[in-house]
Design a protein around this ligand. Structure first.
Ligand SMILES: NC(=O)c1ccc[n+]([C@@H]2O[C@H](COP(=O)([O-])OP(=O)(O)OC[C@H]3O[C@@H](n4cnc5c(N)ncnc54)[C@H](OP(=O)(O)O)[C@@H]3O)[C@@H](O)[C@H]2O)c1
Length: 300
C-alpha cells in the first residue's frame, strides 16, 4: 500500500515517513519547493508520480501569530490549497486524510468539544483551517479530517523544544496557566494515521468518512505542560529554570487563542478501537529522543 504525504519537513510528516515501514506501508513524501500547496499542479504531478492508495495532507501554514498579518497567504495554503488537494484526490478516486486544529473553536466550552460543535475561530490561522475543512468536505466524500492540538515531537519547532531552549538560557520562565488543552505527540499521531490507513483504503464502510478529534489523553495548561517538561528534563540531568504561572493577559500575542480546547476523542476511539496514550508518557519518549541519557549516567 502506498501513501503520499504532502509536506516532508513538518512534525507529523516527519514521523509518517519514519514510521511507515514499521506499519508495512510505503510512504512517499514531498514538500516545498517540489510540492507547494499554493501551486496545485505540483501536487497533481506528485500524485501522478506516486499513484498512491491514500493521500495525507500534513502541510499547512502553521505560523499562528504571523498569520494575523498574512491572512491572504494563510488562506491560500490552508483553505484553497487544502481544497485543491481534496479535488485532486477526487479526480484520482483516492481517500484523503487532512489534519486540522483545535483553533477552529473559540474556547468558550467547559467540556471537551465534539466534532459536531460549531466552529468559531478566534484567529486568522483558525479561520483559514476552518475554511480548509469546508473546502475538503465540499471537494471529496472520502475524507478524514483529524482535528488535533498542541503538537510536539523531537523533529521541528514546537513548545517542548522552545521550553528546553529558553530554560537553558534563563533562570525563570513565566508560562500561561489559563489556557487548557491536550498536548499531542507527532509520533503518536503519525502512528494512528498509519494504523487506520488500511481501513480507509479498503473503503468498505461509508460511515468512516468525516471529522474526528484526536489528541493526547488528558488535559493540562501550558504551565502544566512546561512543568512536566522540566520535571522530565531534570530527571535527565538538566538544570531547569524556576517556573512562574502567568495569565494570558500578561503574555499578549498577535493571535487570540482559545482558553479551552479539550477535544472529545470518543468518535475516533469507538470507530477505530484505539486512542492516543497519556501525553506525559508520550512526552517521555520525545524527551528520550531529545535528551538521551548517556551510557555512564545509565550505569551510575
Ligand atoms: N503544531 C501544532 O501544534 C498543531 C496543532 C493542531 C493542528 N496542527 C495541524 O497539523 C498539521 C501539521 O502540523 P505540524 O505541526 O506537523 O506542521 P509544521 O511542523 O509547522 O510543518 C508544516 C509544514 O507545512 C509546510 N508548508 C507550509 N506551507 C506550504 C505550502 N505552501 N506548500 C507545501 N508545504 C507547505 C512547511 O514547509 P517548509 O518546511 O517548507 O516551511 C512545513 O514543512 C497542520 O495541518 C496543522 O495545522 C498542528
Amino acid at each position: 500500500m502506498k501513501i503520499a504525504v504532502i509536506g516532508s519537513e513538518g512534525q507529523i510528516a516527519h514521523y509518517l515517513q519514519v514510521r511507515g515501514r514499521a506499519h508495512g506501508l510505503s510512504v512517499f513524501s514531498a514538500g516545498r519547493p517540489e510540492v507547494d500547496l499554493t501551486r496545485p499542479q505540483t501536487v497533481g504531478e506528485f500524485l501522478d508520480r506516486v499513484e498512491p492508495d491514500l493521500v495525507v495532507n500534513a502541510a499547512a501554514y502553521t505560523a499562528v501569530d504571523k498569520a494575523e498579518n498574512d491572512s491572504e497567504h494563510a488562506f491560500l495554503v490552508n483553505a484553497t490549497g487544502a481544497g485543491e488537494v481534496a479535488r485532486l484526490c477526487s479526480q484520482i478516486n483516492r481517500p484523503l486524510v487532512h489534519i486540522s486544529t483545535d483553533y477552529v473553536f473559540d474556547g468558550s466550552s467547559r467540556t471537551p468539544y465534539v466534532e459536531t460543535d460549531a466552529v468559531l475561530p478566534l484567529s486568522v490561522y483558525g479561520a483559514s483551517k476552518a475554511a480548509g475543512e469546508m473546502a475538503v468536505r465540499r471537494a471529496l466524500v472520502e475524507n478524514i479530517i483529524i482535528r488535533t492540538a498542541w503538537v510536539y515531537g523531537a523533529h521541528g519547532g514546537n513548545f517542548v523544544k522552545t521550553m528546553l531552549r529558553l530554560g537553558a538560557e534563563r533562570p525563570e520562565l513565566g508560562v500561561v496557566d489559563d489556557q487548557r488543552g491536550s498536548p499531542t505527540s507527532a509520533l503518536d499521531l503519525a502512528d494512528a494515521i498509519l494504523q487506520i490507513a488500511p481501513r480507509l483504503v479498503a473503503n468498505s464502510d461509508a460511515a468512516l468518512w468525516g471529522t474526528y478529534h484526536l489528541t493526547g489523553a488528558t488535559e493540562t495548561t501550558w504551565h502544566g505542560f512546561a512543568a512536566e517538561i522540566f520535571r522530565q528534563a531534570s530527571v535527565r540531568g538538566a538544570i531547569v529554570p524556576r517556573l512562574k504561572a502567568i495569565k494570558t493577559a500578561e503574555y499578549p500575542t498577535p493571535a487570540r487563542r482559545p482558553a479551552y480546547s479539550g477535544l472529545d476523542n470518543t468518535r475516533f476511539v469507538s470507530t477505530f478501537g484505539f486512542g492516543l496514550p497519556d501525553w506525559r508518557a508520550s512526552l517521555a519518549s520525545c524527551m528520550s529522543e531529545l535528551m538521551p541519557v548517556s551510557f555512564t549516567e545509565k550505569v551510575a
